[in-house]
Design a protein around this ligand. Structure first.
Ligand SMILES: [Mg+2]
Length: 216
C-alpha cells in the first residue's frame, strides 16, 4: 500500500501546453546571452546541453561559470509570473483531495518557484513537503542520493512511496530503490503505470488497490 506520493512539478502537475516551462526556458536562454555573451542559438544549445550533462542548466552554469544556483534561479525562472500561464486547476485539486495518502512535491525547481506554481494552480494546500532543489544540496534528480534523502525524511520503506513524473529518467533510481513509479503521457520500461493524464491517477490507485480504500 502506498502511504506517500511524490509529485514532480513541471509538466506533471500542469500540462506542457500551458507554456509555463517554455517561459522559464526563455529566461534561462536570455540570462546566458546577457551574462556570458552567447548569441540566442548558442545559448539555447548550451541550455539543453547543460541539462543533459548536469541534470539542470543551473548545475551546469555553476560548474562551468561559478554562478551559484540560488543566484541563477533568482535571475531566471523565479522571474516568471506563473499566473500568466497557469490557472486554478479545480479538477486536479479535487482529485488530489480524494487520494488517501500523504502528498509531497519532489522537484528540481527551487522552493520559491514551486510555491508560486502551486499557488497559481490553487493546490498549494494539498502538499506536506515541497522537496525542492535545495533539499539535497542543490543536487538534481536523477541523482540517487536525492531519492535516498527523501526516503530517509519520510521514514518509510520505499515500497510505500509512489512517484509521479513526466521524465522517465527520473524514475530509474526510484524504481531501483523499490518505489512504485507512474509516468505521464508515455510508456517506458521504468514505469509501473502509465497515465494519459494526471487526473487519471486517483482511478488507477483505486483500480490497482494501491491505496487503502475509503473506510479501510
Ligand atoms: Mg517534470
Amino acid at each position: 500500500m502506498l502511504k506517500v506520493l511524490l509529485f514532480d512539478l513541471d509538466e506533471t502537475l500542469y500540462h506542457p501546453d500551458s507554456g509555463m516551462l517554455q517561459a522559464g526556458d526563455r529566461t534561462i536562454t536570455q540570462y546566458l546571452c546577457d551574462e556570458f555573451g552567447f548569441d540566442w542559438d548558442a545559448a539555447q544549445e548550451l541550455r539543453v546541453r547543460f541539462t543533459h550533462q548536469y541534470g539542470t542548466t543551473a548545475a551546469g552554469v555553476e560548474a562551468q561559470f561559478g554562478t551559484s544556483q540560488a543566484d541563477f534561479y533568482a535571475a531566471t525562472v523565479e522571474q516568471v509570473d506563473p499566473t500568466r500561464y497557469l490557472q486554478p486547476a479545480r479538477e486536479l485539486d479535487a482529485m488530489l483531495a480524494a487520494i488517501p495518502a500523504q502528498l509531497h512535491v519532489f522537484t528540481n525547481a527551487t522552493r520559491r518557484y514551486a510555491d508560486g506554481v502551486l499557488r497559481a494552480l490553487g493546490i498549494a494546500g494539498r502538499f506536506g513537503h515541497v522537496f525542492g532543489i535545495e533539499f539535497a544540496g542543490w543536487r538534481p534528480k536523477p541523482a540517487l542520493q536525492v531519492y535516498q534523502r527523501a526516503i530517509a525524511v519520510l521514514d518509510l520503506p520505499a515500497e510505500q512511496i509512489g512517484i509521479i513524473e513526466d521524465n522517465p529518467a527520473n524514475l530509474v533510481p526510484a524504481r531501483d530503490l523499490g518505489m512504485i513509479t507512474f509516468l505521464l503521457r508515455q510508456d517506458h520500461e521504468t514505469a509501473h503505470y502509465c497515465l494519459a493524464d494526471i487526473l487519471d491517477l486517483h482511478d488507477i490507485l483505486c483500480q490497482e488497490k494501491l491505496c487503502p480504500q475509503r473506510g479501510e
